[in-house]
Design a protein around this ligand. Sequence first.
Ligand code: PRX
Length: 674
Amino acid sequence: MDSYTDGYFSPNEDVTRVAHCKTMEEYKEIYGESINDPDKFWGNYAKNFYFKTFPDKNLFDYNFDIRKGDVYIKFAEDAITNISYNCLDLKVENGLGDVVAFYWEGNDPLDCTSITYKQLLDEVCKFSNVLKSLGVKKEDKVAIYMPMILELVVAMLACARIGAVHSIVFGGFSAESLCNRILDASCDVIITADGMYRGTKLVKLKNIASEAVKLCSEANHKVTTCITVKHVTAKSFSDEETKRPSMRPCLDLQLSWNKDVDRWWHDLMANASTTCEPEWMKSEDTLFILYTSGSTGKPKGILHHITGYMLWASATHKYTFDYHPGDVYFCTADIGWITGHTYVTYGPLLNGATSVIFEGVPYFPDQSRLWAIVDKYQVSKFYTAPTAIRSLMKHGEEPVKKYKRTSLQVLGTVGEPINPEAWLWYRNVIGNGKCSIVDTFWQTETGGHVLTPLPGCTPTKPGSATFPFFGIVPSVLSDEGKEITSSDEGYLVFNKPWPGMMRTIHGDHKRFEGTYFTRFPGYYVPGDGCIRDKDGLFWITGRIDDMINVSGHLLSTAEVESSLITHHLVSEAAVVGRPDPIKGECLYCFVTLLDGVEFTPGIVIELKGKVREHIGGFSIPDYIQSAPALPKTRSGKIMRRVLRNVARDNHDLGDISTMADESVIGVLFANRVG
Ligand code: PRX
């Protein structure tokens, strides 16, 4: 058990007994080694993996200081390896061939299967051969738009095996968003599935993919092949099973199919060979592109490269979850986001772990689904988002208490600041008061955890991501770029790279430098506010830019605004974040219609539809209000600070002396919604 004194939860003794890192003294020693001699530290860690050419002694080569020239980061440049080999072949060689790599749990509780490391290797080799037979080669970009099914893992590892670059697009994005990502990366091949269930809701993924392919061709880009997994129409079930609303097969899918482009996954796989020599890759070859929202509205294609990402994914998964052979690990994130890339696929497989991969949603068939899964597979390490915890809290303890959850040891959170109330509920109710909580701070850009407690080692305070992971040197800077030593809020920054950080933005290195390296030359600036308390613990306070974190998904206000103004009756739009008890933040939109047009409930529905169409269903605004005029400075800049206060119904507006026309304020408050 742990104990609570002076605002701290002490490390849990049961976890400490087996932990990789058992005390803060040990943490400080290992951390010191990682900072003082990073080449030696990561050189040693690299020995866990197979390299055709082992990394040289001088691993890091970088410039973080834009004043001295272009920013660049290189790691183990001379090394040659293949990440799919290290995830699979190496595990089979080490005797883990029959170990379960994934338990797959479908949307419906009766729908489940599992796959061993050897079976996964065979599938990956087969699909690698399929991709090669379609002409996909090293450095080609492949778009993947799939549900949480095993074929998604197979597809990404097959790309990695042959040196192709995967660009996975979350299945909640619209055809237009998918098209923009295909165009940005110039993908010729896309892999999808016929459909997926989210609870009782059927999403016709293939038809969305077909629409995206059509939009691409209108933009003069030809997608040559679209490979579709037969998923919701896959198997035959008994009559009883087909009566279940969420159960495959779905009988009325009406797939849009173009025989010149479309191929079935199972047809292509039928005769593919299970042998495929990996493409031996240089460390700084690209592994994947993953798009994340950017404050200009255009998503940024973040690039991660092979060896650095591989070591980072493995080391953070091992230490942050205190992973040991025999654990069953379950991360609820979708692979379409970075959490799924690093902590569903790469990290666990690189460590030979057994994981649960879950297709469904936490509330189907009822609110206790996640705990049913935990008991079913005896999950010991569990990882989810604060928004999921808060929405489960709303339903009270009863759905949780239906299951024992006695196998749980470590509970992780990610994606947004966790409020102490949710942290405590996670610990006391979900974890039966006997688990270590790890609040992990990181980003698409960081590749893996950068601030996190280590289970069984770090004393924790609810709401703090505590201390840096090995190799990370964080500071907090003031507006003037001075290091803040008191507990005042400032900008979180990092003064040197770590192996797993991004290398650039696809096709736009200037934007990479401008976004992350110009505010404070010499530092990587992730865009989050931070406080370092008197004991040295880091507390993330939220975004300091125009990004809004809705349920752990970063959304750009500019992107939502541009979707709203595509409506023919809208002249102007401004979007701000408003605190939300479940989602953390939600979108609150102010819309100015053309002169003489009436603001009606019908227009609100159409506007929500515009955001769904341009971005995707997960980004639909909660509130849209009429704003006959927006508050602006005399130079015409929208005063978002004022709008944030209106959205929160806070009449204390501070200094508004620069506002051009103060009379708009009364109207804005009068038109408030929600
Ligand atoms: O604002 C921070 C928040 O999520 C942002 C990164 O979003 P994304 O690239 O989509 O990756 C999400 C999954 C890693 C960060 O800039 N964030 C993430 N984790 C935390 C967090 N904020 C506070 N505490 C966290 N643990």
